[in-house]
Design a protein around this ligand. Structure first.
Ligand code: UT7
Length: 332
């Protein structure tokens, strides 16, 4: 156990927008094909927020589901962490908007930006609060409206991303269950591989955005691909080592959903069965921080997870950042 109190997931929730954008829809927008997208990424469709709908709406629904599943009232939450790179506004933060929407009047609230690794970082932070006794119940919501920062003229990125929200409620669990170990890291010197400017544009930022859009994602896909393939397997190994466990002990891997070929590379490096690497990429695309908690909630809905199962959650992304969590499932 890391600290005085063992910390585990008490409830999960998720929410995706209703609107689907298929590869065939994208064929009408940019020069691409269903075949190329499917073969190179594994994505068939993604969900996008309707114009005028705040991402906080998805976050609220996901949060309410997680609280209902955990049997927890909003008033008993001590802390809300929202992992996001696409908040509706910088202030109020997404976490404060969620707090207001659900009426979590006793909670502190803040946003955390670690891009696609945001959920892993947020779990790690939440666990420190709970383990030390600073908080008893924490809501982590990972929510993204990536369609709002997508350059719909750039075929290299617009086929990849989707919108959605996933949430978990964390609290004290039996010793020996819950979060067993976490690791997080960053490679800021490679940050230029994946950029989304906010209030300052460099000359490079302008050069790589020939369509004149300023707040859009730009990515050197193959650089990020190489980083991801390497760090995903390494992070799983490192977090298991910290927990004094090995790949053979794992029941499931819940990876960040960016590209099916990245998952296949990790599978080969770790020699772990592909059918135990959870993926919903085909129907959601890359939802950045929201990918892992949405997958967890789907797995709970499908009754795939048993109490006592050992899971590795693992992500990489903008920053560049990476991280993993080893968790002994504690929900019935
Ligand atoms: O969440 C964390 C951040 N994101 C990621 O982890 C993504 C990591 N990277 C990737 O998933 C892949 O690098 C991509 C899917 C982005 C790109 O796949 P790739 O196999 O690395 O393709 P590429 O960038 O090397 O491009 C190969 C060709 C190029 O054409 P030329 O220059 O060889 O003629 C591209 O212009 O494919 C072309 N291309 C496309 N063709 C049709 C790029 N995007 C498309 C497209 N449709 N959408």
């Amino acid at each position: 156990m890391n600290g005085r109190f063992a910390t585990g997931i008490l409830g999960t929730g998720s929410c995706l927008p209703d609107k689907r954008l298929t590869n065939h829809d994208l064929e009408k927008i940019v020069e691409t094909s269903d075949e190329w997208i499917l073969q190179r990424t594994g994505i068939r469709e993604r969900r996008v927020l309707e114009e005028g709908v705040p991402a906080a709406e998805l976050a609220e629904t996901a949060a309410r589901k997680a609280m209902a599943r955990a049997g927890i009232e909003p008033g008993s939450l001590d802390l809300i962490i929202a992992a996001t790179i696409t908040p509706d506004s910088l202030t109020p933060s997404m976490a404060c908007s969620i707090q207001a929407r659900i009426g979590a009047v006793n909670a502190s609230a803040f946003d955390l930006n670690a891009a696609c690794t945001g959920f892993i970082y947020a779990l790690h932070v939440a666990q420190q609060y709970i383990a030390t006794g600073a908080a008893a119940q924490v809501l982590v919501v990972a929510v993204e409206g990536l369609s709002r920062v997508t350059d719909w003229q750039d075929r290299k990125t617009c086929v990849l991303f989707g919108d959605g929200a996933g949430a978990v409620v964390l609290g004290r669990v039996e010793d020996g269950t819950g979060v067993l170990a976490s690791m997080t890291g960053a490679a800021g010197e490679q940050g230029g591989c994946l950029t989304l400017p906010a209030f300052h544009m460099t000359d490079t930022d302008r050069e790589v955005r020939p369509h004149g859009k300023t707040q859009t994602i730009w990515m050197d896909g193959s650089e990020v691909f190489a980083f991801a393939s390497r760090t995903m397997a390494d992070s799983v190994r490192k977090v298991l080592e910290k927990a004094e466990l090995s790949v053979e002990d794992l029941d499931w891997i819940f990876p960040h959903q960016a590209n099916m070929r990245i998952l296949q590379n990790a599978q080969k490096r770790l020699k772990f069965p592909m059918d135990r690497i959870y993926s919903n990429l085909e129907f959601t695309g890359n939802m950045s921080s929201a990918s892992i908690p949405v997958c967890l909630d789907e797995a709970v809905e499908k009754s795939l997870l048993k109490k006592g199962d050992l899971l590795a959650l693992v992500a990489f992304g903008g920053g560049l950042t990476y991280g993993a969590t080893a968790i002994r499932w504690s929900m019935d």
